[in-house]
Structures are given as structure tokens and as C-alpha cells.
Design a protein around this ligand. Structure first.
Ligand code: GDP
Length: 428
């Protein structure tokens, strides 16, 4: 059976932890979109890890980890990550890389930096990992597929064609050094040697795995609100963050995705620019940031302090709807235990009218939060494993959110560790 684990919000919902946890019962975990621009933080018996490219199933001996065709594959980053986890005692993962995945080229990373510099204050807050230039090239049909690394003559010709265009931009738009074709070819040969043992016809592999009844997890990155079509465009990422795209980015039929586990965080956090209606500031935000996640809300890839806010019902309800949620995993709930009262953004006031539906970006920029305040539970809920053992006010908070979202909360995460989870009707 195929399950997808995706985010409802702006990312950083705790998908890595949920994937690591569910990967224990999975034969295959696949990344289907995005690149090394975001990270998952995972804490398990081996230690604490920030994964950017490797699927979160790599800590399981029985799990095959796959980089799907939809991923922006940064080959040196992938291999450094493999080395790092092995250095921390994790057995070498069983890894497969799609022969149709495209490669983040060294110049994609440079173009990302140069464009941010050029835009100055008007920048999109890119992580400068080359993701936007990568996907631009993919859809402009000048990207490099892993399969192409194995045809040297073709590769040389393609490099020459691509460099012609890139070098004009480098010279005249950015005033930066041009790409050396020979050096780029040699780099790609190094990439080829690194990736060669893992290259696979992934869609065929998955076709057979599905036939054999294997348990397969699709692992999403970021969340619904960063989707280029359905998110807060243009403050979005460059590949679809929705479960539906899992079918394309892994190469499986859409009807095979039977369960969509949408990870929803018990409060809000976001990185980068863009409207963030329930955002809080000052000491109130600092305290939540300091207490949030595991050791504070700072970007796993960039270390940037995250923007903080109260739980946002319109955004999360929309986020769950766009994912096609079957199960909500409600995470980092333990963090809210210090609050006397917990404000929740239950609607948006836009031009004098209150709505619970999430609008397009230009309208969103006008939205003001409508807050409702719930009583806090004022204790540490870590260590609790039964739903009924949670404090009454904590259950009220969960049930309030569940009712407003309209999707069942079947998993509750009350700590960063793999086993810190409360099952509430979740079907494995
Ligand atoms: P992802 O990209 O969605 O995987 O999210 P991140 O890894 O960036 O952020 C989640 C952070 O919260 C990480 O530091 C996790 O270790 C931590 N985390 C996940 N679930 C919980 C939880 O239930 N409680 C606490 N306190 N931290 C959690």
C-alpha cells in the first residue's frame, strides 16, 4: 500500500519525525519533489540528524530509500549526507536514484545567489540551493537527467549548447565569471561515478513493489502553502508539495496513494517572506521560538530564525484539503504546555468580512486574524501515550482544531523522539 506524508502548512511541521516513525514498518521510502533547500530533523537511537536530500527511511535496515524523478538531485550533497550518517554509526542505506531524476548543476546554485543579489531587498528569501534555477531549466527543457550522464558525446554537445545561453546571462546580466565547459564536463563525470551504483528505473521498481504488496511511503517536503499552484504564490517553492504530485514525482498511478497523512503543527511557523496572518512578534514570538520544535525554531538547512504564529485554522484547513487528507498527524503539541491561554486564528477578516476559507495571495495580504482564546493545560504532556491520559484542556484544544479542520486527527506527536506519539484511531 502507498501512503504519502505531506505538510499542511509552510513546512517544518515535523514530517521527518513522522516519516522516520512510519518508516519502521515500510519497505520503501521515496522523496518525490524538492531538493536540498529544506531539511527534516530526526531524532532516533542513532542520534540527531538534519537530512536535506536523503529520504527519512535511511535509518531502517529493511527500508529501501529512493530519490524519485521529481527531486532536484544535488549529487555531492546527497553523498556528503550518506557519509555523515555513516560516520555517526548508521548502516549504509539501501539507496536507489531514479534514472529520470534531474541534477542540480553547480551553476544553478550560483544563479540562485546571483539572482538574490540582483533582486536585493525584493528577493524571495531563497535558500540559495539552486532550486528555482533548477526547476526553471527543467521546464525550459535544458536540464540534465541522471540517465544523460552515461552518454559522453551527447553530454558534451548539450553542455556547449546550455553554456552558450548561461554565459550570456553570467557576463551581461550578472557580471560574473563564465562557465568553463571542460571543467563542467569533468564535474559531471565525477557525479556519474558517484551515482552510478544506485541508478534505477524507479517507476518500474515501484510498479513491481506495488504488485508484491510492499509498504511504500512517499515523503513530501515543505507544505501545501508553498505549492507553486495552490500556495502563496510567488512566495512558494518551485515544485509541487502536494500528495497528488507524489504520483508523478515517484512514477506511480495516482489511485495507488491510499492514505494521505497530513502533518499539521499545533502552532504556526514559516520561513521566508510572504503573508502570514496569525504571525506574532516580540517577546511572545521569541518565547514560542525558543521553546518550539526540538531546541528552538531555526531552519534545519539555513539556521534562520523561523517566523512564529498561532495555529491558523483557515490556512491549515485549506492545507489539509489540498493534500486530500485521510489522516492528520498533529505535532509539537507538547511545546504549548507553558501557555496560560492559547490563541487560535479561527478566521480571517478581509475588507470587513470574516471568512474561514484561504484566499489567493493578493487578498491574503489584506487579511487580519480573528482570534479565539482557549485555556492552556499548563503541564508537560511528554511521556503520555494514551489519548485519555492527556489533560482535559489539551484534549479540548485537539478536538477544537479537529472540528474546525474537518479532518480526523489520528496521530498526536508530543515530543521529537520516534516513540513520542499518541495513536488515536490511526490505521497502520
Ligand atoms: P519537517 O521539515 O516537517 O520534518 O520539520 P523540521 O524537522 O524542520 O521541524 C520539526 C522540528 O520539530 C524538529 O526539530 C523536530 O525534531 C521537532 N519535532 C517534531 N515533532 C515534535 C514534537 O511532537 N514535539 C517537539 N517538541 N518537537 C518535535
Amino acid at each position: 500500500m502507498v501512503k504519502a506524508i505531506v505538510g499542511a502548512n509552510w513546512g517544518d511541521e515535523g514530517k521527518g519525525k513522522i516519516t522516520d516513525m512510519l518508516a519502521q514498518d515500510s519497505d520503501i521510502v521515496i522523496r518525490f519533489q524538492g531538493g536540498a533547500n529544506a531539511g527534516h530533523t530526526i531524532i532516533n537511537d542513532y542520534g540527531k540528524f538534519a537530512l536535506h536530500t536523503l529520504p527519512s527511511g535511511v535509518f531502517n535496515d529493511n527500508t529501501t530509500s529512493i530519490i524519485g524523478n521529481g527531486v532536484a538531485l544535488n549529487i555531492p550533497v546527497l553523498f556528503n549526507e550518506m557519509k555523515e550518517i555513516e560516520a555517526q554509526g548508521v548502516p549504509a542505506p539501501k539507496l536507489l536514484v531514479s534514472d529520470r531524476a534531474q541534477i542540480v548543476m553547480p551553476y544553478h546554485v550560483l544563479f540562485d545567489q546571483y539572482e538574490e543579489e540582483r533582486l536585493g531587498g525584493k528577493s524571495f528569501g531563497s535558500t540559495k540551493s539552486g532550486i528555482a534555477p533548477f526547476y526553471s531549466d527543467k521546464y525550459a527543457k535544458i536540464g540534465f537527467q541522471v540517465s544523460e550522464l552515461f552518454d559522453e558525446e551527447y553530454l558534451k554537445e548539450k553542455i556547449a549548447n546550455v553554456c552558450e545561453q548561461k554565459n550570456i546571462l553570467l557576463e551581461h546580466l550578472y557580471h560574473k565569471p563564465k562557465i568553463d565547459e571542460e571543467e563542467l564536463f569533468q564535474t559531471l563525470m565525477e557525479y556519474r561515478d558517484m551515482v552510478a551504483p544506485y541508478v534505477c528505473d524507479v517507476s518500474l521498481y515501484l510498479h513491481n513493489a506495488i504488485k508484491e504488496g510492499k509498504d511504500i511511503l512517499l515523503e513530501g517536503q515543505l507544505g501545501s502553502l508553498k505549492d507553486p499552484d495552490h500556495g502563496i504564490y510567488p512566495m512558494v517553492t518551485s515544485s509541487s508539495t502536494l500528495a497528488a504530485y507524489g504520483a508523478i514525482g515517484a512514477g506511480i498511478p495516482p489511485y495507488e496513494i491510499k492514505q494521505v497523512i497530513t502533518v499539521v503543527k499545533a502552532y504556526s511557523s514559516a520561513v521566508g517572506a510572504g503573508a502570514f496572518v496569525s504571525e506574532i512578534f516580540g517577546e511572545e514570538a521569541d518565547e514560542l521560538r525558543r521553546r518550539g520544535g526540538d531546541g528552538g525554531e531555526f531552519g534545519a538547512t539555513t539556521g534562520r530564525p523561523r517566523r512564529m504564529g498561532w495555529f491558523d485554522i483557515p490556512a491549515s484547513k485549506y492545507g489539509c484539503r489540498m493534500q486530500g487528507t485521510t489522516d492528520v498527524a498533529f505535532t509539537v503539541l507538547d511545546v504549548l504546555g507553558y501557555l496560560d491561554e492559547i490563541p487560535v486564528c479561527v478566521g480571517y477578516e478581509i475588507d470587513g468580512e470574516v471568512t474561514t476559507e484561504f484566499p489567493t495571495t493578493r487578498t491574503l495580504e489584506k487579511a487580519k486574524p480573528v482570534l479565539e482564546v482557549l485555556p492552556g493545560w499548563k503541564c508537560d504532556i511528554r511521556g503520555i501515550t494514551n489519548y485519555d491520559d492527556l489533560p482535559e484542556n489539551c484534549k479540548n484544544y485537539i478536538e477544537f482544531v479537529e472540528e474546525r479542520l474537518g479532518y480526523p486527527i489520528t496521530l498526536i506527536s508530543n515530543g521529537p523522539g520516534r516513540n513520542e506519539i499518541i495513536y488515536r484511531g490511526f490505521k497502520k
